[in-house]
Design a binder for this molecule. Structure first.
Ligand code: SF4
Length: 280
């Protein structure tokens, strides 16, 4: 069964010992949930299942760290202020958050203690929390892989519609917050042409997004199995091309060089080079 067919994830309430972790991306990361209902096929956090085995596949379970707020309050008595990536191994604003409000309350504490929240989500639920971020140094970011709703529904089946995510950027900017967008992973042969990349950057420019990242599709652990299953079902002609672009070094090298060229040219044409960072 592919993730997009699975509904009603198995929910487990699992208290945690720590919630604020050291991060390779920034100073800290914070994940109130283990697992993610959004069930993105390309999700890099799939490897977490190696450390937290579940019978269900990625996207079909969520562990809820019910004591996250109390634990964070305790940790903040000692932690030096810094920036906090919310979230690195789940989506902090996945649908369950509407019920638990753990990410919201943790963000409230972080802001109150002078930490900079760097939020990245695929959910319009974050609009609920703009009141907490208002007037702070918080950065509000969304991830978008494609402007094509059909592709988005296949690859990130339970995330908010793309236009709703873009509305987050609009409203966060209007609220005076720094905004960012991650365009990635770009879907090889489905949404990675020069025209596609130009269209993505053009939307970001129109929304006056402050920071724009673009990333390629990377062969992260446990991602290939889910990707192959989706390709076999929906795009059978692409399986071998994906395999080459992900796992054949010379093919990958040429592919990434072409992507870098597209990104640079599009950014230059739109005159937004200073806001675009290529992770490719
Ligand atoms: S929203 Fe992020 S964490 Fe959740 S499944 Fe998608 S890529 Fe993974």
């Amino acid at each position: 069964m592919t993730p997009m067919q699975e509904q009603n994830p198995v929910i487990r309430e699992t208290p945690c010992k720590t919630i604020l972790g050291k991060s390779g991306i920034g100073d800290y990361s914070l994940n109130c949930y283990g697992g993610c209902e959004h069930a993105c096929v390309y999700c890099y956090a799939r490897f977490m299942q190696r450390f937290h085995p579940h019978e269900q596949s990625w996207g079909a379970y969520v562990d809820v760290k019910t004591n996250a707020v109390e634990v964070l309050e305790r940790q903040l008595r000692r932690a030096a202020p810094g920036n906090v990536f919310v979230s690195s191994a789940c989506d902090g604003w996945q649908p369950l958050e509407a019920e638990y409000s753990l990410t919201r309350e943790c963000c409230r504490l972080l802001v109150r203690h002078g930490f900079q929240v760097n939020a990245l989500t695929k959910s319009a639920l974050i609009l609920r929390d703009l009141d907490i971020f208002a007037g702070s140094t918080a950065r509000v970011g969304v991830t978008v892989t494609t402007l094509d709703p059909r592709l988005a529904a296949l690859w990130e089946p339970h995330a908010s519609p793309v236009e709703d995510r873009l509305r987050v950027l609009e409203e966060a900017h209007a609220a005076g917050l720094h905004t960012s967008v991650m365009f990635g992973p770009l879907l090889p042969f489905l949404y990675d042409t020069y025209e596609n990349i130009y269209a993505l950057l053009e939307r970001a420019a129109a929304l006056r997004v402050d920071t724009i990242w673009v990333d390629a599709f990377n062969p992260r652990p446990m991602v290939w199995e889910a990707t192959a299953a989706l390709l076999d079902k929906e795009f059978p002609g692409l399986r071998e091309r994906y395999q080459r672009v992900l796992f054949s070094p010379p093919v990958r090298h040429a592919y990434l060089a072409a992507l870098r060229g597209h990104i640079a040219t599009a950014a230059e044409r739109l005159k937004i080079m200073d806001r675009v960072s290529s992770c490719v």
